[in-house]
Design a protein around this ligand. Structure first.
Ligand code: ITT
Length: 208
């Protein structure tokens, strides 16, 4: 069976990505199988660059093809921030007692948008996903796909499922937050769902 390494440490992404890739008859290995892989510096300026950097690093170290996901939230009222810095957005603020990093990001976001009215709270999730084989010389030789998800930022978190910014991201079509969706509903609508379906379509052809 063909093996692919899922090049992410984010448990939320692993929950959403492992299954669709397995459907293709691929054995999906996590980074847990490769403790020698340390932190990979994401020093790209775009989601696509960072996705390539992560997948290439993992493919070259493991000798196996790797799939990565670089994603984040672009908020119109913040001129597209936090964007590629979404994971590190609130690192400048101390964690409150018992608070997770995701909760701190959401707290900062709601603070920054405090005086922004409903109609100006538009935002989108963006995802670039890369499939990279060992020794791949450059991003233009890799398989890179993209997905987006339009929505708006709530005034209070809603829901307990999902991860990251899901509790503050509202989907107008379903009338619920991303953290109130089942995994299936979220994958149907989300940036990651759109990207992974494109990736699967292309992989079916490539791996034939
Ligand atoms: P890896 O680099 O190990 O994959 P990461 O969490 O650092 O994990 P990114 O650099 O891509 O991943 O940062 C993505 C940020 O955007 C992070 O804060 C996520 O919580 C958030 N994010 C991405 N997709 C999301 C989703 O579907 N729902 C909520 N938040 C999401």
């Amino acid at each position: 069976m063909r093996q692919i390494v899922l090049a992410t440490k984010n448990e939320g992404k692993i929950r959403e990505l492992a299954e669709p890739l397995q459907v293709l008859g691929i054995e999906v290995l996590g980074l847990g199988s490769f403790p020698e892989i340390g932190d990979i510096e994401e020093n790209g300026t775009t989601f696509a660059e960072n996705a390539f950097i992560k997948a290439k690093a993992v493919a070259d170290i493991t000798g196996l093809a790797a799939v990565s996901d670089d994603s984040g939230l672009e908020v119109d009222a913040l001129s597209g921030r936090p964007g590629v810095y979404s994971a590190r957005y609130a690192n400048d603020m101390p964690l409150l007692d018992g608070e997770t990093k995701d909760e701190r990001n959401n707290r900062k976001l709601l603070m920054e948008l405090k005086s922004v009215p409903q109609e100006k709270r538009k935002a989108r999730f963006v995802c670039s996903m890369a499939y990279v084989e060992p020794g791949c010389p450059s991003a233009d030789k890799a398989l890179i796909v993209h997905g987006t998800w339009e929505g708006r930022i709530l005034e209070e978190p809603r829901g307990t499922d999902g991860f990251g910014y899901d509790p503050v991201f509202f989907d107008d079509a379903l009338g619920i937050s991303a953290a109130e969706m089942t995994r299936e509903q979220k994958m149907e609508r989300s940036h990651r769902g759109h990207a992974v379906r494109q990736l699967l379509d292309k992989l079916v052809v490539l791996l034939k």
